[in-house]
Design a protein around this ligand. Structure first.
Ligand code: GDP
Ligand code: IMO
Ligand code: MG
Length: 420
């Protein structure tokens, strides 16, 4: 059986922490999409680790970690990350597997990402500049190179051919110096990757499932950044939703059981694009400061706002969410009043649906206010200790979404999770 953990908002919901927490119950932890645009934070003791490419199960000995075919791999980031986890005593070569169908991010993909953003000017996506969009474009355009290709005697020829194509696309944008620097590191990392277990991911994972082993699929980004259902064009280039698990790992839909959606108790977004409940006042600043809302990958300040139940309800529908984990509830401890967005006023008409597009639209959130709990919850261990005001807040969310908040995360620590 396969369970899934994925983000329900615009990313950074705390997936890394939650995957690390639940990994003990599984045999295989597999990333199914995204690439080094992801930044998943884990605390191992008091040490912080941010994973971009390696699945968040890596700190559990004896668990198999798989980078699936739906991922785009930056080998340089991957190599650095392997070195970082090995400092914690992780024998990454033993338990880390890479699908031969995983697409490679080339140095010129990064240059193309930069060029695309520069040419968009003020309309830029706010991409992480990791080459994600161009790498997925080459995948769907049937030009990309895959991990399995690096073992082919003609790899250099294939590489040079694609690079020439990219140079044509780059036109007047000149990133020669950076590309040369990236290429040196790239080829060094390609040699490093050759020492890994490069597997046929789909047979690999299905054999494990057939043996009765338990698989946890780890999502990157969030549902509102999904290329089909997110706030297009301000999205990433992959399917971040549960459907992406099937195509990103080679797993049939009926093998999937629990779909665990993660939401913050409030909401954040990094990069451009619509965000109806965004706060531009001191409350937004409070959430950013208290929640330390700065990008794990780029360090950019995250935009902060209230929880958006219209968007969450949409995400629950698209994903088939069976249970919810609410993270960062502790960040709201000091607030007098909490607002919950329960509708959108679109051109003056109230709606509970996410529209075709939110930008270029007169859209205002409709809020319901709740009393803050005004209590430090970070040491709570049991639901019975939960403040009444918090119970009311969560009950409203449960009823609106018709999916239960089953776990509440009350701190970044590995064991700070309350069963609701
Ligand atoms: P991800 O991309 O979904 O894995 O999330 P990130 O790691 O980018 O961002 C989540 C941040 O919140 C990280 O710094 C986590 O350590 C932190 N975090 C996760 N859960 C909690 C929580 O319940 N409370 C607090 N205070 N921090 C949390
Ligand atoms: P995790 O897995 C938050 C955002 C970028 C940008 C848009 C497109 O840590 O939750 P891309 O580089 O993918 O072309 O950027 O998506 N973005 C994320 N925001 N968390 C992430 O990952 C993100 N990955 C991409 O900021 O707005
Ligand atoms: Mg993140």
């Amino acid at each position: 059986m396969v369970d899934v953990i994925l983000g329900l908002q615009w990313g950074d919901e705390g997936k890394g922490k939650i995957v690390d927490y639940f990994a003990k119950n599984y045999d295989v932890i597999a990333r199914f999409q995204g690439g080094p645009n992801a930044g998943h934070t884990l605390y191992i003791g008091d040490k912080k680790v941010v994973l971009h490419q390696i699945p968040s199960g890596i700190f559990h000995q004896d668990k198999i970690n798989l980078i699936g075919n739906g991922v785009v791999l930056d080998v340089v980031t991957f190599k650095k990350e392997c070195e970082a986890v090995s400092a914690f005593g992780v024998d990454y070569k033993k338990n880390l597997f890479i699908s031969e169908r995983t697409h490679l991010i080339l140095p010129t993909h990064r240059a193309l990402d930069k060029a695309s953003e520069l040419s968009k000017g003020l309309d830029k996506i706010g991409s992480t500049l990791k080459g994600i969009g161009p790498a997925y474009m080459d995948k769907t355009g049937r030009n990309g190179l895959r991990v399995g290709d690096i073992l082919h005697p003609d790899f250099m020829e294939m590489y040079n051919k694609l690079r020439s194509k990219h140079y044509q696309l780059l036109g007047n944008f000149d990133f020669q110096e950076e590309i040369t620097e990236w290429e040196n590191a790239f080829f060094e990392a390609i040699e490093f990757i050759k020492g890994f277990k490069i597997v046929n991911g789909e047979y690999f994972i299905n054999e494990k499932i057939n043996k009765g082993m338990r698989v946890l699929a780890e999502g990157a980004q969030g549902s509102m950044l999904d290329v089909d259902f997110g706030t297009f064009p301000f999205v990433t280039s992959s399917n971040t939703i549960s459907a992406g698990v099937c195509s990103g790992l080679g797993i049939a839909p009926q093998k999937i059981k629990e779909i665990i959606g993660i939401t913050k108790a409030y909401c954040t977004r990094v990069g451009s694009g619509p965000f109806p409940t965004e706060l531009f006042d001191d409350k937004g600043e409070f959430l950013r400061k208290t929640g330390n809302e700065f990008g794990s990958t780029t360090g950019r300040p995250r935009r902060c706002g209230w929880i958006d139940l219209v968007a969450l309800n949409f995400a629950c529908m698209i994903n088939g969410v069976t249970q919810i984990v609410m993270t960062k509830a502790d960040i709201m401890d000091e607030l007098e009043t909490l607002e919950v967005c329960k509708g959108y006023l679109v051109n003056g008409v109230e709606s509970m649906q996410v529209p075709f597009q939110m930008h270029n639209l007169d859209l205002k959130p409709v809020y319901q206010s709740f009393k803050g709990w005004k209590k430090n919850i970070s040491a709570l261990k049991d639901i019975s200790e939960m403040p009444e005001e918090m119970k009311t807040y969560i009950s409203f969310i449960n009823a609106y979404l018709n999916v239960e908040v089953k776990y509440i995360s009350n701190g970044p620590g590995r064991d700070q999770l309350i069963v609701a």
